[in-house]
Design a protein around this ligand. Sequence first.
Ligand code: MN
Length: 597
Amino acid sequence: MPKQIPEQILENYSKEKDKKLILEAFEFAKAAHEGQKRFSGEDYIVHPLRTALILSHLKLDAETIAAALLHDVIDDTKVSPHELEKKFGEEVALLVYGVSRLGKLRLPKQNLEVEPIEKRDEKPISLETENLRRMFFAMAEDIRVILIKLADRTHNMETLEFIPKEKQKRVALETMEIYVPLANRLGISTIKTKLENLAFPYLYPKEYQWLEDNVEKKRKEARKYIDRARENLKDNLEKEKIEVVEIKARLKSYFSLYRKLLRYNMDFDQIYDLAALRVVVKDVKTCYETLGAIHQYWRPLPGRIKDYIAFPKANAYQSLHTTVICEKGRIIEVQIRTPEMHEVAEHGICAHWAQKEGIDLVRQGKQFAWIQQLAGWQKENKDAKEFLEGLKIDFFKDRLFVFTPRGDIIDLPEGACPIDFAYGVHSAIGHHCVGAKVNKKMVPLSTPLRMGDVVEIIVDKNKTPSRDWLRFVKTGIARSHIKKQTEINLLGGLQQLRERFFKIRKAPKPAGTLPAGRQEKEAALQKSPEKTAVMVIGGKTEVAYILAKCCQPKIKDPVAVYLARIKGKASVHKKDCQNFKKLAEKWPQKILEAEWK
Ligand code: MN
């Protein structure tokens, strides 16, 4: 039984009440998961413990750690959200509930194809995948829920070898398509890199094997000279009286190395950052001094000096980069940054919890373009807790994500109903929609949908849209389809009328069989064609029409018809009517030929 791990977590927290909360959550989770095992054969509690440990390294608050310890109790044990709330309070219960809700999201089945590795950069992200990412943010409601999911997924990937073979690939692909971009977006490069490298061998076994076979010697060599270069640089900076916080030597990670090799015809000699040094110094001024000192000892490659301090990357990354030629013509990359920049580079959004005081969080936060996007966050405050509140996710709050029975995600505006959903899937489904089941229950077609609903549409090929639907649909696409289709139906109805009319006319008819109105109309037609003109609309004579009030067309005026929205009536305009011209420009599909005969 892992006893010591909670202590590793606890040592990151100094307040008594934080320690108490974490310990209680641990005891509660341990009891709830009692007797359960992971696929690896370990006690289940190992998993929530590892999840919590990852988050404690990111220095997240005690509530997040408690929720991480409890994150699987709702799904895998008999504990209810209500019980959690009573024991640990609303905040922790909401986090756990959020994690369990997100756990139900799956990559759509048709997206399970693994894209060839060389195409990863080119391919546009599929709409389903993008929707799934957005849905993650929308459903999480609190950034900390996503952070717990990322840590949870990290341990699941670390133990992927133990789960059934047929599941491995799906989990790895989901990790690459959903979790890696999320970690990237939040700037947590430690988790992003880790997930990428863990998924790599499962998704691209051949490529991985090639790298294993070819890179080992190069890496060993690189390790040797980078370690030597590290010692050298340390001595030199000391001589220059530059105070160094830390110098680290590192090798490029497998996955990013492979992708870079692809771009350089698999030629290792073109990869200048296979080995890199990272120098952390106390402040910005010292960063530039360090750069100058390095360039005195090692000649820089021209065009490779990058100042991300003056020009931070979109995810707020800051550092100075240079590529230099060191001993024996070896080429290495050096990154120079302050401890704060380092924290942001490694932990992204989580760096804010670490830098509790003395840092202007507002200014820091503004550097994260995605935070502004995500939260519209503007509050002037320095308190970590309030900062967190500012991170409540409302970027997607007016969007609604629902599922098809196959698990596809349809993105709709708030308040959308099953008809919007039906048109969102396909216009034919919308046109023939006669009923809807939401979460397997029949509902009226006007029912507003809720986040995460599974919606099934019942269709009948013989049914057509009703104009009534226009009263409650929310999407423009449903609206325009319904209007168009009901107009076509109207004309189709007229076509039938016409056929019936002519059939009756042609048939030898005993007097009195025609309805009175028609007898009169026929009589008029036969009596004096030169006095009575007939309107021919779209080649038909029996279309009901009104004469437009704006231009009041007279007999023999050149005319055309606009199918008015209201009641689908044909309104006859003069061809040179200004109103008509405007309508024709806007709705060319609603214009019909017309003439007097
Ligand atoms: Mn879990």
